[in-house]
Write a protein that binds this ligand. Structure first.
Ligand code: TXA
Ligand code: MG
Length: 315
């Protein structure tokens, strides 16, 4: 791949203006959100969107999430509904992505949705993302800013180590506070959970007062992103480790002796925030195996276990 110069930008107003003009000119800008860093491109520009797939080495059939500054902007692109409104009021800005029918008149690249009649859209809750989206004014397509299949980035350094030389700029906004990707919900008459993430499914059920249907069988046509091997470190990953074996990197949860602890106090929110950065860290130590303590399957534990199972899946 041809190497380009990747600029390092700060969240200062002048730099955000520069980031916005790079997007306007069809370039690629990585920026922080509360979940993970996103690799942004103008969602209306086919060529710019194609460059995302190219930079990430991402399979062409895997559609991208659209990021906008607010609900009004979202409504320009998708068919809004009462259920969408209720969830947006409760969880936006925040780590919830809604999959809704695309408006016919929406000026969005077809590549972006990989031919699907729906669009995945969210309003991120991060001051830098918000400022950049407001300045840009439209829709920014942004998958996580990592090479396809590898660990998602929760710092500008992670982005740099994966994509330096392949993208135009990185805006450094510090560490991501949620630390794993948004929850994806498809809305028609019901709410269907396509990917567990930063908003717990229980919280969505409490909000809408009915169960969320979990799409457990992997349907590669309607949720093409849910590929089995994903978020993979270089090392192999061993899950549910109740004791450690010699020569493993030990990723603990709760009061256990280990190399790095996701949360000593067994707090799932803290564990989610640490997950990818601890995996990056242990992977850099070069051991052949990373062993991980059991994580309870409640609240954000669903999303953490989902990412860990993909990290451990056969490649
Ligand atoms: O937190 C996040 O969601 C981050 C930050 C940057 O916002 N973004 C992110 O994007 O995780 P990405 O591209 O890594 O994951 C997008 C997921 C994929 O699993 C994809 O298949 C799914 O969203 N997706 C996108 N459009 C869809 C659609 N129309 N229907 C169903 N799934 C869709
Ligand atoms: Mg990703």
């Amino acid at each position: 791949m041809k190497t380009i110069r990747t600029q390092s930008l700060s969240p200062a107003a002048a730099h955000l203006k520069q980031a916005s003009s790079i997007l306007q000119d069809g370039g690629l800008v990585a920026f922080p959100t509360e979940t993970v860093y996103g690799l942004g491109a103008d969602a209306s520009n086919d060529h710019a969107v194609a460059k995302i797939y190219h930079a990430k080495g991402r399979p062409q059939f895997n559609p991208l999430i659209v990021h906008v500054a607010d609900v009004q902007t979202a409504r320009r692109f998708v068919q809004w509904s009462d259920l969408a409104d209720q969830l947006a009021k409760a969880f936006w800005p925040g780590p919830l992505t809604l999959v809704l029918p695309r408006k016919k008149e929406a000026r969005l690249s077809d590549l972006l949705s990989a031919g699907l009649p729906t669009i995945a859209i969210r309003v991120p809750n991060h001051p830098v993302a918000k400022a950049l989206l407001e300045k840009f004014g439209g829709a920014v397509a942004a998958p996580s800013a990592n090479p396809s299949g590898l660990i998602s980035p929760t710092s500008a350094v992670h982005v740099q180590s994966g994509l330096e030389g392949r993208i135009d700029a990185i805006v450094d906004g510090g560490l991501c506070t949620v630390g794993l990707e948004s929850t994806i919900i498809r809305l028609d008459d019901t709410a269907v959970l396509l990917r567990p993430g930063g908003v717990a499914a229980e919280d969505i059920e409490n909000e809408i007062g009915k169960p969320v249907h979990i799409q457990t069988t992997v349907d590669k046509i309607t949720t093409p992103g849910q590929m089995d091997s994903h978020y993979a470190p270089r090392a192999q990953v061993r899950l549910d480790a109740k004791n450690w074996r010699p020569d493993e990197a030990r990723l603990g949860f709760g009061a256990v002796d280990c190399d790095l602890n996701l949360s000593l106090s067994a707090d799932l929110i803290e564990a989610a925030a640490n997950l990818f950065s601890h995996l990056h860290h242990l992977d850099a130590e070069g051991k052949a195996m990373i062993a991980v303590s059991p994580i309870p399957q409640t609240g954000l534990g669903l999303a953490i276990n989902d990412r860990l199972q993909r990290a451990a899946a056969p490649r």
